[in-house]
Design a binder for this molecule. Structure first.
Ligand code: B12
Length: 233
């Protein structure tokens, strides 16, 4: 039996528990991640801190080793699955802030891209901030974005891309909105690890957001501007 199996998560102090959770995420141990999340919550950690420190922090390590060829797709899938287990516990807590309704966001990952953890996280945080979130999933062609926007009452369009090969597709979607004369009906927010502010500007998005917290702040700012503009007539 390895030392690893002797570790009792609930007996670790916070900082060691977080490091252990990074290891467990790396190893794709979903049950351990769920247990760790519950322990931290039981120790009065804010759900957002559990999310960023224990889960996103762990995924950063996974990302590095994936990039360097130390981890491969099957392992990363397991890590993603463990991460989702933890996120499922946090989701209702992040959404239950009782914030007033802020607006509606359609969010989806672009065509050719199946990464959804970041998108899901943004959706969770937006819900927590009082937005209605319509998540249209992964691998979205321009038609499915249009369909979701057509459903009505949408303020914000959020697009996610994690691959340098799929991020240009965001421009295809925005250009289509322009062609149809509906671009200005929406605030377009874009995000994903390979993007940056310059790219966001170049494709005609309203803003690039580096993480879910920035997404919430940016969305709130744009909603406030919209309300002010409406109030000014
Ligand atoms: C997990 C993962 C996978 C999982 C995805 C599981 C899932 N359900 O999502 C699996 C194993 C399936 C996978 C597959 C592949 N992957 Co991958 N993957 C990753 C990894 C390790 C982590 C991504 C992640 O979840 N991060 C954690 C979240 C929380 O962060 P995030 O996504 O960046 O999101 C935050 C912000 O970006 C922002 N944000 C994100 N979206 C949005 C949207 C809006 C509207 C806003 C406002 C903000 C926002 O807010 C989020 C929260 O804070 C990254 C490494 C990395 N550094 O990103 C590689 C990475 C993205 N993958 C990569 C590659 C190459 C692939 C594959 C092509 C591998 C292969 N050979 O098959 C395939 C592609 C499949 C496809 N067609 O999409 C490369 C991309 C390289 C590039 N330059 O394009 C990366 C960078 C790894 C690397 N360095 O090589 N991958």
């Amino acid at each position: 039996m390895s030392d690893e199996e002797d570790i009792i998560l609930s007996e670790l102090p916070d900082d060691e528990l977080v490091l252990q959770m990074h290891d467990d995420l790396y190893d794709g141990l979903k049950e351990e991640i769920e247990e760790g999340v519950n322990i931290l919550l039981g120790r009065d950690w804010a759900p957002y801190d559990v999310l960023t420190t224990a889960l996103v922090g762990g995924m950063t390590v996974v990302g590095k080793d994936f990039r360097d060829g130390i981890l491969f797709v099957p392992e990363v899938l397991l890590a993603a699955n463990a991460m989702k287990g933890g996120m499922a516990i946090l989701k209702p807590l992040l959404a239950a802030t009782g914030a007033p309704r802020m607006g509606t966001m359609v969010i989806g990952t672009v065509k050719g891209d199946i990464h959804d953890i970041g998108k899901n996280l943004v959706g969770m945080m937006m819900e927590g901030a009082g937005f209605e979130v319509r998540d249209i999933g992964i691998n979205n062609a321009v038609e499915s974005y249009l369909e979701a926007l057509d459903a009505g009452d949408v303020d914000i369009l959020g697009m996610s891309a994690l691959l340098t090969t799929t991020m240009p597709y965001m421009k295809v979607v925005i250009d289509t909105l322009v062609e149809k004369g509906i671009r200005d009906d929406y605030t377009v927010l874009v995000g994903g690890a390979p993007l940056n502010e310059e790219f966001g500007k170049a494709i005609g998005a309203d803003a690039y957001c580096r993480d879910a917290a920035v997404a919430v702040e940016t969305a709130k700012e744009f909603m406030a501007r919209k309300h002010n503009a409406l109030a000014a007539g």
